[in-house]
Design a binder for this molecule. Structure first.
Ligand SMILES: Cc1ncc(COP(=O)(O)O)c(C=O)c1O
Length: 420
C-alpha cells in the first residue's frame, strides 16, 4: 500500500536488492527445517558465563566510561588490544591505525560512503560477500567481477580489469564467504604487486581468518603490502585497508568490528562515522574488552576451531556419502561455509523450493554475484553453512538435501534441456 513516502525514496535506494539471506532466514527458522542457510555461529559455544562476569565487572568498575558517550575511533583499551592481537599475525598496527565499527558490515558501509561516487567501478570476486554488494550498491557502485577457483581469486585474469581503473578491489582471502576458498600464497603476492602496479588499492575483509581448521596461517595482504613497501622505496604507502570482527569469534550480537588503515584514512572515516552513529556502543566495547582479556579470546578461538572442524568434517563426509557424482564442492580449510557446484543446467533457486519440501535450506548461489553483464554462470551454486548445526543434524540435513538434488537431476534427465 503506497504512502506519502513511497514516491520520495532516494534514487540510490532503488538499485539495492533486499538480502535474500535475511528473507530466507524467516522461512528457515521453523524448527522442522535443518538450515544451512545463515552464516550463524553456533549458539552452544557462546561464552555466556564470561559475558555475565564481564558485564558485572564493567558496571562495577568502569560504568562511567561504559555508559557515557565515547570517542568515535572506539574505546582505547579495545583498540590497543586489537593492535596487539593482530601484530602477532604480522599486522604492525598502532592504536592510530584502528577504528572500531558497529560490525564489519558498518565498516563496509563507511568505506562505501567515503570512497564510492555513483558509477564508480569496484572490482569484486565472483562470487563475493552479499553484504558488501548491498553496502556498496547503496552508493551507486558498478562492478567488475573476476572469477575465483579453488585457490581463490584468479589473479591471472586481473590485469585487464585493473587497467580499466576500478576505484578499489574488495577481496576475501581467507575461507571466503560464500566460496569457502583460500587465496594461495603465490596469488597473495601477485595481488598486492598488481594492486601497486596499477594503483588500485585493496579492501581486505577477514572475518574468518582465525577460524582455521587445517594448514598453516597465510600472510594477510596488508602484511605483504607492508613488506613490499620495505623492499621497494617507490612502493605506494598503504595499499590495503584491513577489516575484521568479533562476530565469528565472540558473538555477532555484540556488533563489533574494526578497520585497520593508514591514519589519514582513519581520520576521514571518523568524520563519516560521526554522521552515522557518533560511535559504536561503548558498553559493548567495554564488555568485549573484559571478555577477551587475559588470553580468554585465544582459548575460546581454540575451542571454536575444534567444534567447527568437527562440523565441517561431518558435512564433507555426508556430502561424500549422499551426493551424486555430478555435484562437486569446495574443501574449506576454515571459516563457516562451503560452496557446492551443481551441473550447469540445474537452477539452485528451483532446487531451493524442492529442498524446503524436504525441510532443509541453503542459500542459492546467484545472490553472491555482482549485478553486471558478465558471462559467469551463477545459477548452479549453493552455499552451505556448517557452523550452526550439530554433526548428526548436518548428516540428516545433507541426506535430505541429496534427495532434493537427485529429484532435480531426474527431472532434468526426464525433460532434457535440449527439448526446451
Ligand atoms: C565477509 C564478511 N564480511 C563482513 C561480514 C559482517 O560481519 P559483522 O557481523 O562484523 O558485521 C560478514 C558476516 O557474515 C562476512 O561474511
Amino acid at each position: 500500500m503506497p504512502t506519502a513516502w513511497t514516491s520520495r525514496y532516494a534514487a540510490r535506494t532503488k538499485a539495492v536488492r533486499s538480502s535474500r539471506i535475511r528473507e530466507l532466514l524467516k522461512i528457515t527458522q521453523r524448527p522442522e527445517v535443518i538450515s544451512f542457510a545463515g552464516g550463524l555461529p553456533a549458539i552452544d559455544v557462546f561464552p555466556i558465563e564470561r559475558f555475565g562476569e564481564a558485564c558485572r565487572k564493567v558496571l562495577a568498575n568502569n560504568s562511567t566510561a561504559a555508559l557515557q558517550y565515547g570517542e568515535t575511533e572506539g574505546y582505547a583499551p579495545l583498540r590497543e588490544m586489537i593492535a596487539r592481537h593482530i601484530s602477532r599475525y604480522g599486522i604492525k598496527a598502532q592504536i592510530e591505525n584502528v577504528m572500531i565499527t558497529s560490525g564489519s558490515q558498518q565498516a563496509l558501509d563507511l568505506i562505501g560512503k567515503l570512497f564510492i561516487n555513483p558509477g564508480d567501478r569496484i572490482l569484486v570476486e565472483a562470487p563475493t560477500y552479499l553484504g558488501a554488494l548491498q553496502a556498496f550498491s547503496m552508493y551507486g557502485a558498478d562492478y567488475v567481477s573476476v572469477p575465483c577457483d579453488n585457490d581463490g581469486l584468479r589473479t591471472d585474469l586481473l590485469e585487464a580489469p585493473l587497467r580499466a581503473g576500478p576505484k578499489f578491489m574488495y577481496v576475501l582471502p581467507n575461507f571466503q564467504n560464500p566460496g569457502g576458498t583460500t587465496l594461495s600464497v603465490d596469488r597473495r603476492h601477485a595481488l598486492v604487486s598488481l594492486a601497486d602496479k596499477y594503483g588500485v588499492p585493496i579492501i581486505e575483509d577477514d572475518p574468518y581468518g582465525q577460524l582455521r581448521y587445517e594448514g598453516e596461517h597465510l600472510p594477510s595482504l596488508v602484511v605483504l603490502d607492508r613488506e613490499n613497501i620495505r623492499r621497494d622505496p617507490t612502493y605506494t604507502l598503504g595499499n590495503v585497508i584491513y577489516l575484521s570482527t568479533f562476530s565469528k569469534t565472540l558473538s555477532p550480537g555484540l556488533r563489533l568490528g574494526w578497520i585497520v588503515a593508514p591514519p589519514d584514512v582513519i581520520a576521514r572515516l571518523v568524520l563519516v562515522k560521526q554522521g552515522a552513529d557518533l560511535h559504536t556502543s561503548t558498553f559493548a566495547q567495554a564488555v568485549a574488552f573484559e571478555v577477551a582479556r587475559d588470553n580468554f579470546l585465544d582459548e575460546h578461538v581454540r575451542k571454536l576451531r575444534a567444534v567447527y572442524r568437527e562440523r565441517r568434517d561431518a558435512m564433507l563426509a555426508a556430502l561424500e556419502e549422499f551426493f551424486p557424482p555430478e555435484v562437486t564442492w569446495t574443501h574449506p580449510q576454515g571459516g563457516l561455509f562451503l560452496w557446492v557446484t551443481l551441473p550447469e543446467a540445474m537452477d539452485s533457486n528451483l532446487l531451493f523450493e524442492e529442498a524446503l519440501k524436504q525441510n532443509v535450506a541453503f542459500v542459492p548461489g546467484d545472490a553472491f554475484f555482482a549485478p553486471n553483464g558478465d558471462n559467469i554462470p551463477r545459477n548452479c551454486y549453493m552455499r552451505l553453512n556448517f557452523s550452526n548445526a550439530a554433526p548428526d543434524r548436518i548428516h540428516e540435513g545433507i541426506r535430505r538435501l541429496s534427495v532434493a538434488v537427485k529429484r532435480q537431476l531426474q527431472t532434468l534427465h526426464l525433460e532434457p534441456v535440449a527439448a526446451s
